[in-house]
Design a protein around this ligand. Structure first.
Ligand code: SAM
Length: 274
């Protein structure tokens, strides 16, 4: 079931009832959930279920269910299984033949989207990018042609480098919404271009603190078509030529950046597409 992403009052009446009624609550960090339960005057027993013990803890949940006990599953914040543990346990419990019911509630991505004022019919929820710079840049390259709004989660210690990488891969003109500390005291939602974002973050130490959702505009149709055409050229050349030569020629033919074409060529080779 979903729990708050900051403001402890953001929990449904039904969730509070269930948290009170169940025999056990499986929680990501029992200290975090104990704080929420104390706030709402709930004394239900807690059991730790986090990314490092999820399989083992799922077995324990199944034992409890077999003994006729009822169990609720929560993560530290928001909806379990969304960039959080929970999915493995749910699958194991279902496979063991027990029903699972989801209780909807807070989720940082949807909260940011709603606060951003962007009336997009579609969006792509990505979650966390890789922590390592080279892997992050490769992943951004793969997302570059996507025409939908891209929704990322990011930690405060990586937000600056993440924005830098987004700017160099997506270009400075794309719009970004930086939603931080949603539902909390210092909540802010700032909209600018990727090119302006670094200066905005540098403008005040507080702007780099807290929890972040980044909403990045999708590729313009023309850009997406251009990139798709460059990829197609690269694919054809890679079938006939060594990688370096294919990249060089593709850059000359399409006017695309050599670095980006090189990364794309490596991806194509790795995926077995050429
Ligand atoms: N399961 C959660 C959900 O449903 O949104 C997400 C958990 S994930 C481990 C934590 C990340 O969600 C944070 O690093 C941040 O990117 C985002 N997040 C969580 N709470 C937030 C908040 N109050 N404001 C902005 N982002 C938040």
């Amino acid at each position: 079931m979903a729990t708050p992403i900051g403001n402890l009052a953001d929990i449904t009446l039904r969730a509070l009832d269930i948290l009170k009624q169940v025999d056990v609550i499986a929680a990501e960090d029992t200290r975090v959930t104990a704080h929420l339960l104390r706030h709402h005057g709930i004394a239900t027993k807690l059991l730790a279920l986090h990314e490092h013990n999820e399989r083992h803890a799922a077995d324990r949940l199944i034992e409890l269910l077999a003994a006729g006990k009822s169990v609720a599953l929560v993560s530290d914040a928001g909806t379990p299984a969304i960039s959080d543990p929970g999915a493995l346990a749910v699958a194991a419990v279902r496979a063991a033949g027990y029903p699972v019911f989801a209780l909807p509630g807070a989720n940082a991505a949807l909260c940011a989207l709603a606060a951003s004022g962007q009336a997009v019919p579609h969006f792509l929820f990505y979650g966390f990018l890789p922590a390592q710079a080279a892997a992050r840049q490769r992943e951004l390259e793969a997302l570059k042609t996507m025409r939908w709004l891209l929704v990322f989660y990011e930690a405060p210690h990586r937000v600056v480098e993440c924005i830098e990488d987004m700017t160099s891969v997506f270009g400075a003109a794309r719009g970004v919404t930086i939603a931080r500390e949603l539902t909390k005291l210092f909540e802010s939602v700032h909209r600018c271009t990727l090119g302006e974002a670094a200066a905005w973050l540098a403008g005040d130490d507080n702007r780099r603190r807290g929890e972040f959702v980044l909403l990045v505009e999708g590729a313009a149709v023309a850009v997406a078509d251009e990139i798709a055409a460059a990829t197609r050229t690269l694919e054809i050349l890679l079938r006939e030529l060594p990688l370096k030569q294919a990249v060089q020629l593709a850059a000359e033919i399409t006017g695309g950046a050599r670095n980006a074409l090189y990364s794309r060529a490596l991806e194509l080779k790795k995926s077995g597409a050429v």
